[in-house]
Ligand binder design. Structure first.
Ligand SMILES: *Cc1c(COP(=O)(O)O)cnc(C)c1O
Length: 414
């Protein structure tokens, strides 16, 4: 085996695929609310020799030898993450968002325990109790919803909590564009003696950047991914109050996982350092400015935004008055080089594979440097594409405009 061959010579076919994907990312516009572009520094840490190490356990208490340097890497990630969120205890080993949530449930609940979470088609996540997910199968989930106006009504949440007496209340979302009232969730949980669990997978970056309120002062335990607004490697972490430190750590390892991915831990540490930089706050402010501008422009063009606007990085558009399904819109936009994700809308009358909505987010375009001016133009392009969904010639022209715009805002190419 020639260990020193680089990818382009050892596996040319795969190398070319990666190059093609890089081209695609450079030349297309990314509006999927959960995606972002990690820095070269983050990518570099991920492709390092740290990949080669086994380190089951925690710093100073590993089940394998040779972990002196890995201990330093993990401790660095831990210290930076604590600083970033002002958290009492953190665990940086969860492999991704869903396994992190599995660990949280394992740390606080027994199978069959009752949990209250936001319904999937109202903006929640699969791992908040959906029937096809482990969460819905292992635990007895009851769900709260958004109201007709698109907002969560905390009095309704309280009513359900008082009636159902859950052991845990989950607050967090994948498709909700409004602020959550962390303090109120905590008050309700205290009334019924429930644990509070915040899943900030989507908004961790915005909280770290200080532009959204943090659940850390109120909540018992918090999970997040690191690859969405936080712009790090694919992965996750858990924050908790000191009193739950042992049970959380034990649930992650040996409860849920084996060896941590040390190269990813290193890349998380890089991303946390980037998020601690004052520049990151300006980035987060721009994400929200871009999202609000976008929502405003869509509304001007007679698009219906669920809840009528956004406080964060995303919005869900109800397309029912536009004579196009979410799936069709996703496909048309894909043709012109704009990635979005179809989405259910609350109480969607359409089937889940052909839902009535689109979810759109601004973290990735903001990373590449788009500001309000580009957002305006982008909404124009999206509207044109949707209106001309059957006119291939017109779509081809829009695709060219998308490429021209992208070329003015390179991601990695300089
Ligand atoms: C993305 C997301 C997750 C899952 O993260 P994966 O890394 O895809 O497993 C969990 N919870 C919420 C709220 C999310 O948005």
């Amino acid at each position: 085996m020639n260990k020193n061959k680089n990818l382009s010579s050892s596996d040319e076919f795969l190398y070319k695929l990666i190059e093609k994907e890089e081209e695609r990312q450079e030349n297309e516009i990314e509006l999927i609310a959960s995606e972002n572009y990690a820095s070269m520094a983050v990518l570099e840490a991920m492709s390092s020799v740290l990949n080669n190490k086994y380190s089951e356990g925690y710093s100073g208490k590993r089940y394998y030898g040779g972990n002196q340097i890995i201990d330093e890497v993990e401790t660095l990630a831990i210290e930076r993450l604590k600083q970033l969120f002002g958290a009492e205890h953190v665990n940086v080993q969860p492999l991704s968002g869903s396994p992190a949530n599995a660990s949280v449930y394992m740390a606080f609940l027994e199978p069959g325990d009752k949990v209250l979470g936001l319904k999937l088609d109202h903006g929640g996540h699969l791992s908040h109790g959906h029937g096809v997910n482990f969460s819905g199968r292992l635990y007895d989930f009851v769900q709260y919803e958004v109201e007709e106006n698109g907002f969560i009504d905390m009095e309704k949440v309280r009513e359900i909590a008082l009636r159902e007496k859950p052991k845990m209340i989950v607050a967090g979302f994948s498709a909700y564009s409004r602020n959550l009232d962390w303090k109120r969730f905590k008050e309700i949980a205290d009334e019924v003696g429930a644990y509070t669990f915040a899943d900030i997978a989507h908004i961790a970056g915005l909280i770290a950047g200080g532009v959204l309120d943090s659940p850390v002062p109120y909540f018992d335990v918090i999970s997040s991914t690191t690859h969405k607004t936080l712009r790090g490697p694919r992965g996750a972490f858990i924050l908790c109050k000191e009193q739950f430190a042992k049970q959380v750590d034990r649930a992650v390892f040996p409860g849920m996982q084996g060896g941590p991915h040390d190269h990813i831990t290193a890349a998380k540490a890089v991303a946390f350092k980037e998020a601690l930089d004052p520049e990151f706050k300006i980035y987060c402010q721009q994400i929200i400015k871009n999202a609000q501008k976008m929502a405003e422009e869509f509304i001007k063009k007679d698009y219906k935004i669920i809840s009528g606007g956004t406080d964060n990085h995303l919005m869900v558009i109800d397309l029912r008055n536009k004579n196009i399904s979410g799936l069709e819109a996703e496909k048309v936009l894909e043709k012109v080089g704009i990635s979005v994700s179809r989405s259910t809308i609350p109480n969607d009358p359409a089937p889940p594979m052909r839902p009535s909505g689109l979810r759109i987010g601004t973290p990735a375009i903001t990373t590449r440097g788009f500001k309000e001016e580009e957002v305006l133009f982008l909404v124009e392009l999206i509207d044109e594409a949707i209106k001309n969904k059957d006119d291939d010639e017109k779509l081809e022209k829009i695709k060219k405009q998308v490429q021209d715009l992208c070329q003015k805002f390179p991601i990695y190419k300089k």
